[in-house]
Ligand binder design. Structure first.
Ligand code: PEP
Length: 272
C-alpha cells in the first residue's frame, strides 16, 4: 500500500465518522418550523438565539415560513446562523401563482432551502422528479438544497426502505449529476416525524451507511456531502443519535420551536 492509498483510506474513515480534518465531528443543527410561529414569536426567538456562542464544529440553520424570512434578513445579519425556505419553485419565474422562486429566496438572504420534505411529497404531490427540479432551480442561484428523503412505516415494515431511498436519490442524481455534492441530504423516516418514535441506533446507522454507499456509487466521495437525521429529535435523544457514525446533524421540527429547547439541543450536540 503506497502513501496515496493510505491517504484515501484515512479520508474515507474521516468521511465515515463525519469528522472535520481536525478530528472533531461536525454537526448541522437545522430547524424546520413548518407552518408554525407568529411574527411576534419569531422576533422573540431570534432575540434569544442570536449571539449564542457556537462551537466551531456546529452549524445552525433555520427554515421559517416565507413571511418571516425578512426578519431573519434583518436580525441575523452578523450571525453565524444561516437560514432558508421550506420549499422553492422548480421554475425560474413567470405565471406560477403562489410559488416563490430561488431568485426571490436569494433576495431574502437565504442560502438554503428544504426540498422534498415528506409533508410536501405526501400532501402536495412533490414527486422525486419534482424535488430534483426544485433542487436544481435552487442551485442555479447558489442556494443549497437540503433534500429530504425517507420511507413510510409500511415501506420499512415490508423491508422496502432501501429501494425507496435509492429511487428518491437516483431521481435527484439523474437531474443534478455531480452537482448533488453541493446539496445536503436529510434522512427522515416518515414514521418518525412528529410521532415521538425514533428508529433504533442500529437502524439509523445502517440506513445512513446505506445512503453513503449510494452516494459513493455515484462517485461522490467528497467529505462535503452531509447526511442529517430527522424525526422526533429532542434534547433527550440528540446525544445518542449524534454518536452514531454517518450522522452529520439533525433536521428538527417540534423541538426547534422553542428557543430554550433548540439552544439546549445545540449545546448538547457540541459536547458529543
Ligand atoms: C420534520 O418535520 O422535519 C421533523 C423532523 O419533525 P419532528 O422533529 O417534529 O419529528
Amino acid at each position: 500500500m503506497d502513501k496515496k492509498d493510505i491517504e484515501i483510506l484515512v479520508r474515507r474513515r474521516i468521511q465515515e465518522l463525519g469528522l472535520d480534518m481536525a478530528g472533531k465531528k461536525e454537526y448541522i443543527i437545522a430547524a424546520n418550523w413548518k407552518m408554525n410561529m407568529s411574527e411576534k414569536e419569531t422576533k422573540k426567538f431570534l432575540e434569544e438565539v442570536k449571539g449564542v456562542p457556537l462551537a466551531d464544529n456546529i452549524k445552525v440553520m433555520i427554515f421559517p415560513p416565507y413571511p418571516y424570512l425578512h426578519l431573519f434578513k434583518e436580525q441575523l445579519r452578523y450571525e453565524k446562523i444561516t437560514y432558508g425556505a421550506q420549499d422553492v419553485a422548480k421554475e425560474e419565474k413567470g405565471a406560477y401563482t403562489g410559488e416563490v422562486s430561488a431568485a426571490m429566496l436569494g433576495d431574502m438572504g437565504c442560502s438554503l432551502t428544504l426540498v422534498g420534505h415528506s409533508e410536501r411529497r405526501s400532501y402536495y404531490g412533490d414527486s422525486s422528479e419534482i424535488v430534483a427540479k426544485k433542487a436544481k432551480a435552487a442551485l442555479a442561484y447558489q442556494i443549497t438544497p437540503v433534500i429530504c428523503i425517507g420511507e413510510t412505516l409500511e415501506e420499512r415494515q415490508q423491508d422496502r426502505y432501501k429501494e425507496v431511498l435509492k429511487t428518491q436519490l437516483d431521481a435527484v442524481y439523474r437531474e443534478l449529476g455531480n452537482m448533488l455534492e453541493k446539496c445536503i441530504i436529510a434522512y427522515e423516516p416518515v414514521w418518525a416525524i412528529g410521532t415521538g418514535v425514533i428508529p433504533t441506533m442500529d437502524q439509523i446507522h445502517e440506513t445512513h451507511k446505506y445512503i453513503y454507499q449510494i452516494l459513493n456509487a455515484y462517485g461522490i466521495t467528497d467529505n462535503n456531502i452531509r447526511v442529517l437525521y430527522g424525526g422526533s429529535v429532542n434534547a433527550k435523544n440528540v446525544q445518542e443519535i449524534a454518536s452514531v457514525n454517518y450522522v452529520n446533524g439533525f433536521l428538527i421540527g417540534g423541538a426547534s420551536l422553542k428557543a430554550e429547547s433548540f439552544k439546549s439541543i445545540i449545546g448538547l450536540a457540541s459536547e458529543v
